[in-house]
Design a protein around this ligand. Sequence first.
Ligand SMILES: [Zn+2]
Length: 249
Amino acid sequence: MLISICRLCLQKKELCKSHVYPEYMYTNCYNDKHSFIEFNAGKNRFNKTRRKGTYQHLLCSKCEGIIQKYEDYAKSILYGEVKPYIKQNMKQYINRNYEYNKFKLFSLSLLWRASISSHEIFVNAFLGKYEDELRKILLNGRETPVNEFPVYIIQMLIKNELANSVFMEICQSKVKIGGKTIYQFIVDGILFSIGTGSLSIRAFNTEPSVSLHYLRVDVDKLSEVSQFVDVYSKLKNQGKFSEYETYNK
Ligand SMILES: [Zn+2]
């Protein structure tokens, strides 16, 4: 048992031992002899690593419960709908009847937990001043505008199959205009790109994946390392990050 400060509510409590990413996102790895592939985007070549899930004492049981609500909802969407749909149709998934706030909070919780984790694989996830901002958003379940911490999601493919059990360490990209940071990571073959802070809504050409009126999960191939090491440039070339180009301070 470990009594310490819970990172979400900041109370001194008994802390739970939990995954940084939800347990169910490792299920595909457990099917393959408890191993998973992990890419390190910080290097010029990728590393294949076999490793068990990463546990750490971070939250009290009440706060675990808060995060769990977001996780449970995302599980029903990602594993109940997105992955089966893309596996069958091999095309973009769109859901116009989903709970924006719950799904957004889930996406942000992945980044926030990576940021508070002291584990080496999350070393590039340090959020600085945004860490406490996200803590309050998650603790209170606050709904953020689409352009605040915008979230883009792509299901990666390998040889026309879902890139299940593929993980990529968090990497950072700086945008040229405005100097904001984007964090990118792959969890069980799903690429998340999350911008920090607030961006001008006027500048949006393509809405983030997690938008008020729909959830959109794009599909792309994980065929070349360069494609996802420099994911930001690629998204930008596709016009998906065009809001950053016209963003003014
Ligand atoms: Zn707590």
